[in-house]
Design a protein around this ligand. Structure first.
Ligand code: TYC
Length: 123
């Protein structure tokens, strides 16, 4: 019995390395291709408002875990209090998760319901 191939053999994909070419004078010319590497996805740590955590505690947490000075931490705390939330810092995923865990642990130990979440930064 005869079998027929259902597909013609396809050409292998072109290699992605620059191909040597020749200029008018016969010299080999290599085309330079710039490699574009995507920057890593960054994550923002968003602190949420609640009715019970003392303002002073939030200010200390923001200074301690997000490296802000007293004035910046106070402004951020007030923004959270008034708007319901604010971004306290932007980091790689692992660092953002670590910061959020540190905040939650400190709040839990102190008996406050303070919450924060990590979310990908929209481009
Ligand atoms: N709303 C709280 C209060 O009136 C203060 C507060 C601010 C709580 C920011 C949480 O992330 C927070 N005591």
């Amino acid at each position: 019995m005869d079998f027929m191939a259902t597909k013609f053999p396809t050409k292998p994909p072109e290699p992605s390395v620059p191909k040597p070419d020749h200029d008018e004078g016969g010299a080999v010319v290599l085309e330079r291709r710039t490699e574009r590497v995507k920057p890593p996805q960054m994550y923002q740590v968003v602190m949420l408002n609640d009715d019970y955590t003392p303002m002073e505690f939030v200010v200390v947490v923001i200074q301690e875990f997000f490296g802000k000075d007293l004035e910046t931490a106070t402004r951020l705390m007030l923004k959270i209090h008034l708007d319901g939330k604010a971004v306290c810092g932007v980091y790689s995923r692992d660092v953002a998760v670590m910061k959020a865990d540190q905040v939650l642990e400190a709040a839990h130990k102190a008996g406050h319901p303070l919450k924060c979440v990590c979310e990908p930064v929209e481009l």
